[in-house]
Design a protein. Structure first.
Lengths: 112, 115
């Protein structure tokens, strides 16, 4: 079982739709949580951190449930430019430094 | 801008050849990471450097993989006797320090294809 699990999708949604991605992680030592966005043939880029209290950045809302080791990302009013792969990422301490563990990613395709 | 730079952008090699992939981190960044990203997967950790010291190489798939960062800046990932399963995108990331969690900045990656 992978340390970070995501639904691979793809999610095909029309513009304006609301879409939610889920992620679970298995290592309770994980300290920090993120969503990264990766466009085709490009490098991953940090979209937002995820906090236990939940946090919002414009149309994007992230939630963390430490008890159930579950992370979510909600995108409201989807735009064509939101089409990308969304990577769920956890950071855990590892021998004096912090290691990022990536999920396999969830593909989103927003169509007109 | 002065981001993480990787070269070559694309590399095609025949099975059995050796390849070397280069990473130029952001100037002053202490930490450097290598990841392997297979098609349809997320990046998988390969190895970590703190300055010139390779502190973690637990993710290297086999002894054919070797990484170095001799002067604490540029790093090279070398793959000997390449196999088809080595085909992937190899990503390099750097961050400012290790004492507190810092964002990792990724390069564009090297897309390696083994024929």
């Amino acid at each position: 079982r992978k340390e970070v699990e995501q639904d691979p999708g793809p999610f095909n949604v029309p513009e304006g739709a609301t879409v939610a991605f889920n992620c679970t992680y298995s290592n309770s030592a994980s300290q920090s949580f993120f969503w990264y966005r990766q466009d085709c043939r490009k490098e991953p880029k940090l979209l937002m951190s995820v906090y236990s209290s939940g946090n919002e950045d414009g149309r994007f809302t992230a939630q963390l449930n430490r008890a159930s080791q579950y992370i979510s990302l909600l995108i409201r009013d989807s735009k064509l430019s939101d089409s990308a792969t969304y990577l769920c990422v956890v950071r855990k301490p590892s021998g004096g430094y912090n290691k990022l563990i990536f999920g396999a990613g969830t593909r989103l395709a927003v169509h007109p | 801008g002065a981001g993480v730079s990787q070269s070559p952008r694309y590399k095609v090699a025949k099975r059995g050849q050796d390849v070397a992939l280069r990473c130029d981190p952001i100037s002053g960044h202490v930490s450097l990471f290598w990841y392997q990203q297979a098609l349809g997967q997320g990046p998988e950790f390969l190895t970590y450097f703190q300055n010139e010291a390779q502190l973690d190489k637990s993710g290297l798939p086999s002894d054919r993989f070797f990484a170095e960062r001799p002067e604490g800046s540029v790093s090279t990932l070398k793959i000997q006797r390449t196999q088809q399963e080595d085909s992937a995108v190899y990503l390099c990331a750097s961050s400012l320090a290790w004492t507190q969690p810092q964002p990792q900045h990724f390069g564009d990656g090297t897309r390696l294809s083994i024929l």
